[in-house]
Design a binder for this molecule. Sequence first.
Ligand SMILES: Cc1ncc(COP(=O)(O)O)c(C=O)c1O
Length: 362
Amino acid sequence: MTEQIKPQPGIMEIKLYQGGASQVEGVSEAVKLSSNENPYGAGEGAREAYQRAVHDLHRYPPTDHLSLRGALGAQYRLDPDQIICGVGSDEILTLLAQAYAGPGDEIIYTEHGFSMYPIIANMVGATPVKVPERERVIDVDAILGACTDATRLVYIANPANPTGTMIGGNEVARLASGLPSRCLLVLDGAYAEYVEGHDGGARLVASRDNVVMTRTFSKIYGLGGLRIGWGYGPKDIIDVLNRVRQPFNLSNTQLAVAEAAVKDQAHVEKSRVSNTRLRAWLAEALAEHGVPSDTSCANFILARFASRDEAEAADAYLKSRGLIVRQTGGYGLPHCLRITVGDESACRRVAHAIGQFKGGVA
Ligand SMILES: Cc1ncc(COP(=O)(O)O)c(C=O)c1O
């Protein structure tokens, strides 16, 4: 009997997503630098909205997210009718695959691309196709060369996770123009706000009918625990996604807090400025200790060690010092560690610990 009950094709191929560790046994004051969270947390406006939301717990939320979409439209100068809100940007990325790909279709992602992309492809029964990068940077020609008649979606994050690297707007536009006509380009802008003046691809979305952008409240807005994201795309695509989306996907609390967060751009600005300064400082400090990294455009750096063994030993040493970073073996980068840019004290602790580790003080 049970042999007859089988999950849909692809589901058993899924490797469970590994979240960043948050605790070290025996260390009471560990600093979590493994999930690219904002070290300052949520802004004041968002915290106050969260407190107020307690009065609405018995009410069903609106299904149209009108108020949040309006706030996003005003802040990012986008048509609210082209915006969809979801349970993290993960939900928007998933809705796109559910609506546009299935068994027999292919979904392209790149060599060190975000680990949810192949998971989502398998979830919908499509075939995940991994395309090489060039020295940890997305390679547009490699993606175009990998496209077939079966390609339905291409996921790229720009800036990318876990590499932190970016490709320029012209390259992204060249990718969009070169894709087969039945293929959608998904620009994952989870880290877009960390790049001064970067629109995450919004202008490209506005000028084409085959590009969708996703964004999140989990990173610079400091709301990873609440799970809110959004997408911006051509109206007909947003219409399709809204048909697949659960009507009550976002709670009153999520909606109210996200709206307050969008309106508190001072917190975003403060977080970006701090990240830019401390990221440069940390990268330089690690380089001085013989641990290089590519120039990062996000809120983390990908520290490169001499070997897998050295990266694992460095990870263990950092842990023993209460510093939790992310191993990137699962991303095909076993000799690297991804380190979130924390606050000043966290960055100093990381630099100091790496210095001790490399100096053999361990
Ligand atoms: C590149 C990228 N895209 C999407 C996400 C998912 O973000 P969310 O919390 O909005 O689902 C992450 C989270 O780490 C990410 O790094």
